[in-house]
Design a protein around this ligand. Structure first.
Ligand code: NAP
Length: 293
């Protein structure tokens, strides 16, 4: 249903989150007002089928971004996933320059709640930097911070069933999660509700409860019918176990933040933005297990 005549551009539109944000915007405002900005055009077939406009966009190319942003009313900025801190900052600086030159009236920055001063997560300095940079940019913006995605737990089920335990090195600290579907819903809703954005607002979207690992294990046990307890490994061991996947050190740094209690943040921002309650972990895992694809 079409509710306004604003033009929305989503960066990172082929990604897990970006695809969902595009789909939710299409549902809310219709395809003709939505532009999917894609890094690799070959990945954009599904987006194209939704009838949205497509534009190529590279965070390294200021001139290209300026041209893509020109004429847009709201740009939803989803960062890349690179763990190279300097590169991620450079990508943002390039984007900021383009947003300013294109005079984009409204920016939504998609962030992560790991941004505290004492946060050991590799990318925490980036998430701390961007809001401060936006504050002095002259742009109208809002920041929406995700908590941990619940979604990566789903492909992890078979390993957990084998291990019979979660192994995250977070001790008894509780963590909050959000599903990618709910994250996208909140981002799209924020983009389309001008009264909630443009004044430097900062939102953190979480489920309604934080979960300790024994609590998460109990939910997983109920969902799978298989015993999944909690036997934490050390942070060093965790890093070694996932080193082969290429991001063991970064993930370990993220769980070091969780072990400090920095991810135990619960807010009602999701309800404030969407008017609905976020999906809880039990419902999400029940509908997602067993993994269908
Ligand atoms: N909350 C959490 O637990 C959590 C977990 C993971 C990630 N995140 C963060 O959430 C965001 C989205 O995650 P996601 O899973 O949707 O990531 P994703 O699937 O990797 O999507 C990232 C998107 O950025 C695009 N991109 C990469 N380099 C680019 C460049 N130089 N210029 C323009 N676009 C570029 C990618 O396009 P190509 O594929 O074509 O390069 C892709 O469409 C990321 O910022 C990520 O750091 C949060």
């Amino acid at each position: 249903m079409k509710t306004d005549s604003q033009r929305y551009l989503v960066t990172g539109a082929t990604g897990h989150l970006g695809q969902r944000v595009v789909a939710d915007l299409v549902t809310t405002v219709g395809p003709t007002q939505v532009t999917a900005a894609v890094h690799t055009v070959a990945k954009a077939t599904a987006l194209q089928a939704q009838g949205v406009a497509l534009t190529a966009l590279d965070y390294a190319d200021v001139a290209g971004m300026t041209s893509a942003f020109t004429g847009q009313d709201v740009v939803i900025y989803i960062p890349s996933k690179t763990y190279d801190l300097q590169q991620r900052i450079n990508e943002f600086e390039n984007s900021l320059q383009a947003l300013q030159v294109a005079h984009v009236p409204s920016v939504i920055f998609v962030s992560f709640y790991a941004d505290q001063e004492n946060d050991p997560f590799t990318m925490a300095p980036y998430y701390a930097y961007v809001p401060r940079r936006l504050a002095s940019s002259g742009l109208h913006y809002a920041i929406i911070k995700n908590s941990l995605y619940a979604d990566p737990l789903v492909p992890y089920f078979s390993e957990l069933i084998q291990r019979r335990a979660l192994i995250y090195p977070v001790g008894q600290q509780a963590l909050t999660f959000i599903t990618q579907d709910d994250s996208a819903k909140a981002i799209a809703a924020l983009a389309t509700k001008s009264q909630l954005r443009d004044a430097g607002q900062v939102y953190t979207i979480t489920q309604e409860e934080s979960l300790t690992m024994p609590e998460l294990g109990r939910i997983m046990t109920t969902v799978t019918g298989r015993p999944i307890g909690y036997r934490p490994v050390t942070n060093e061991r965790f890093q070694q176990i996932y080193a082969a996947e290429g991001d063991g050190a970064e993930l370990a740094s993220m769980y070091a933040a969780a072990a400090l209690g920095l991810f135990n943040i619960v807010t009602d921002d999701f309800v404030k933005i969407t008017g609905h309650r976020p999906e809880n972990m039990s419902d999400f895992l029940s509908r997602s297990y067993p993994e269908s694809d």
